[in-house]
Design a protein around this ligand. Structure first.
Ligand code: KIV
Ligand code: ZN
Length: 531
């Protein structure tokens, strides 16, 4: 272990690299809610976005820099003046907690084929970029993109030059997930030996691993054992292509195997891990695989008789960490339809949501509807309602009434009544389809004069019991080739489907009205927007 009693820096890039994942883009309110949760989780750095990319990204970074207290707020920039200036302005409200993260590719393949630049030119640009960023903030991070595939001697030269220019963190990205643990650990060790500032603590070595070979977490841990002091990761491991190293896996590996990772510890509040995972999953529309370590539904489920028997005798026979430590299984007092507005508001505050009076009023109205249909309203039900409110876009159309008939001997038919914002009169239509959901969606298409093709549909039970709330997430294409995400929840899965589709229709209409392109909510960009 090269690190001796070091507190490692957890750099979360869910809102930047994570958001680059197809289908994960979030609107401002969603990003802000995720950033609030990351602060509760106590990450050290939040990379809030790539400000030059669009007005939406700029505003998101600036708002997070203004509103979120605690973590350092970073904005990404290429080694290009306009990028650095945009990042500098966006992180300004964070004051001394503002960081600019500049990057430039250094590997032979990127130099020759992507940039067409020689080594000395790369060093010159990196130095210029770091110096320009220093004009805005003290805290500058430099990333030699595709660092793991860069010739080590050249990588050392780049690190030294960037540090001399003022970078205080040098991040070594495994941009294409090419590294394997032994080799990556050895590379980090080599850099640690070769650059005096890494040994003296004047500069921090960071790593940023992608998961193309499923080795992102293993590579990050190998780097930590070899002198890295910052680790870049995302909640649920979401990110470009196969994703980034997963925050919860790295943190719990260090926490659970203190015997091996003797030299490192982090400041994460592990009890907030599950909540963070669920929030990111709902805000991004990306489901967590059931068997995902730490946060998947099955992560602590023991089904075999032998295991259950062992668990009853001594929990540690089959459980290497206490599920409560990562936020599973807290006792909760469910609300019922008799609970009042103050009780619902208090529960929402307890769950960590900061809501305006107007938000509470509309959530309370939905709570009453749900409370009439199910005996207990659990925390997860409430979270779904609140998060539905956060992901809400201006409701051009709202659902007033839905009636569906279906059966194995009937043509599925749906009658839908919708209200358009600003109009007193509701509009009604009925349609048939291949199934009840199809019939309802066709009627919505006709009423709203849109035509969406359903590309993806998923349904999950939010809480326990036969009367559990069903949450539907859909992705639809309204003719542009870009996917729009929609979410809806109800005890009735057909109603949840109609609400999810209407949510996507409203997003689509809203984006069309705003001019459409860029970092708008729920939109899957066909081409990657970032590095
Ligand atoms: O994967 C990568 O190389 C990046 C850099 C911008 C750090 O995301
Ligand atoms: Zn990346």
């Amino acid at each position: 272990m090269k690190n001796k009693n070091q507190r490692i820096i957890v750099f979360d890039t869910t809102l930047r690299d994570g958001e680059q994942c197809p289908g994960a883009s979030m609107n401002l309110r969603e990003k802000l809610e995720v950033a609030r949760q990351l602060a509760r989780l106590k990450v050290d750095v939040i990379e809030a976005g790539f400000p030059v990319i669009s007005d939406g990204d700029f505003t998101a970074v600036q708002t997070i820099a203004r509103e979120i207290k605690g973590p350092i707020i970073a904005g990404l920039a290429r080694c290009v003046a306009k990028d650095i200036d945009a990042a500098g302005h966006a992180v300004k409200p964070a004051g001394r907690r503002g960081r600019i993260h500049v990057f430039l590719a250094t590997s032979k393949i990127h130099r020759e084929f992507k940039l067409g630049k020689a080594q000395d030119e790369i060093i010159r640009l990196a130095v210029e970029g770091v110096k320009r960023a220093k004009g805005f903030v003290d805290d500058v991070e430099f990333s030699p993109e595709d660092g793991s595939r860069t010739e080590p001697d050249f990588l050392i030269q780049v690190c030294k030059a960037a540090i001399k220019a003022g970078a205080t963190t040098i991040n070594i990205p495994d941009t294409v997930g090419w590294a394997v643990p032994d080799q990556f650990g050895a590379l980090i060790s080599q850099l640690h030996e070769a650059v005096p500032e890494f040994q003296s603590g004047k500069a921090v070595i960071s790593v940023h691993c992608h998961n193309d070979l499923g080795l992102a977490v293993a590579n990050s841990l190998a780097a930590l054992a070899n002198g890295a002091r910052q680790v870049e990761c995302t909640i649920n491991g979401i990110g470009e292509r196969a994703g980034n190293a997963s925050l919860e896996e790295i943190v719990m590996a260090i926490d659970t195997r203190k015997d091996v990772y003797t030299g490192v510890a982090c400041n994460i509040n592990t009890r907030e891990i599950l909540k963070s995972s669920r929030l990111v999953s709902r805000m991004s529309g990306l489901a967590v695989q059931r068997s995902k370590a730490i946060v998947g539904e099955n992560a602590f489920a023991h089904s075999s008789g032998i295991h259950q028997d062992g668990m009853l005798k001594k929990r540690e026979t089959y459980e290497i960490m206490d599920p409560k430590r990562v936020g599973w299984g807290g006792t909760e007092l469910p609300l019922t339809k008799h609970s009042g507005r103050a009780a619902v508001a208090a529960r929402m505050r307890h769950l960590g949501f900061k809501m305006s009076d107007t938000d509470i009023t509309s959530i309370f109205a939905r709570f009453k509807e749900i409370g009439d249909k199910k005996k207990f309203v659990y925390d997860d039900d409430l979270r779904t309602l609140v998060e539905g409110q956060i992901t809400e876009v201006p409701e051009t159309w709202s659902l007033e009434y839905l009636n569906v008939t279906s059966g194995n001997q009937t043509v599925p038919t749906a009658t839908v009544k919708l209200k358009r914002a600003g109009s007193d009169q509701a509009m009604i239509d009925a349609g048939t389809g291949d199934g009840p959901v199809d019939a309802a969606l066709k009627a919505i298409d006709r009423l709203t004069a849109t035509r969406g093709i359903l590309i993806d549909y998923s349904l999950r039970a939010v809480s326990q019991g036969k009367d559990a709330l069903g949450e539907v997430t859909i992705k639809a294409d309204f003719g542009s080739g870009e996917l729009v995400t929609g979410k809806g929840a109800s005890t009735d899965v057909i109603e949840a489907s109609a609400r999810a589709y209407l949510n996507a229709v409203n997003r689509h209409l809203n984006e069309k009205a705003e001019g459409g392109v860029g970092s708008k909510s729920g939109k899957v960009r066909p081409a990657r927007k970032g590095p």
